[in-house]
Design a protein around this ligand. Sequence first.
Ligand code: XMP
Length: 302
Amino acid sequence: MKSMAEIKREVGDGKAVSACSGGVDSTVASCLAQKAIGDRLTVIYVDDGMRREGEPEAVVSMLRGFGMRVRILDAGDEFFKSLKGKIDAEEKRLAFRHTFYSVLGNEVKRVGADYLIQGTIAADVVETAGGVKTQHNVLEQIGVDTRQFGFKLLEPLKDLYKPQVRAVARELGLPEDVSEKMPFPGPGLCIRVLGEVTPERVEILRKATKIIEEETSMLPAFQRFAVLHSDRATGVRDGKRSYGYIITLRLVESEDAMTARAVEVPYYLLKRISKRVFDEIPEVSRCLYDITDKPPATIEFE
Ligand code: XMP
């Protein structure tokens, strides 16, 4: 395959690091790199503190199952520090991106590699260059020089769109868990915590995310998730007035994320999910369901 030959040619006898979140794009890119340069590849999983419950452990064990040499970097504190006080969505994405590449840059140096391989796809580049939003993994196409982070970038999938990447995943023999995986944004829960991102607020969202994923697993959806609002709402708990967090639940159907339809979730199921949210997350006083399609909304809130 053309991209494997390109990785071989570029890296030569040297070493490379690949950043893998376990999503289809970065897993395919890492697999291609593994096939191209074997043991000279180190796969890095950055635990940025913004992942879903149990996700870092599950992803790392899956990648090791594919025979990859994976290092997990526990970098949550650095990410929370860089996000402190930031409330604007784009500012948060930029802070996330800067920390992400600083952490990876250190690792590239530590293993003595020259290259960072990542799974940027064509849609990431189009959206960022078009000013729709700053995808955290788009750098050179918008003029960010990666030498400041100490590596050269290799992006074997940058000309492919999602359906083509899924086709490559199937061709590589990756399991359906990977090839058909639900998209999850690179900056993770940090763009679903509206307003300031703190460990406490991420933890609340993590619990709500788990509940909606568990309770709706039988409903087909392109993405299913929860969002934590920046404002609060009045509620009543144990006969006393409370002033708690607001959670919005969102399920959308879509083919390519360019347009999307809100899923018609049965009312009994919404009630069941909200009951679990109130029972299991006492800090929450209100639970909403988002019925907005894309357009006029986007899929994410930020
Ligand atoms: P929107 O919200 O623009 O999302 O309708 C379209 C698709 O992109 C995902 N998304 C992101 N993915 N970094 C990512 O890697 C981001 O900053 C980001 N923002 C949105 C979103 O989940 C949906 O699949």
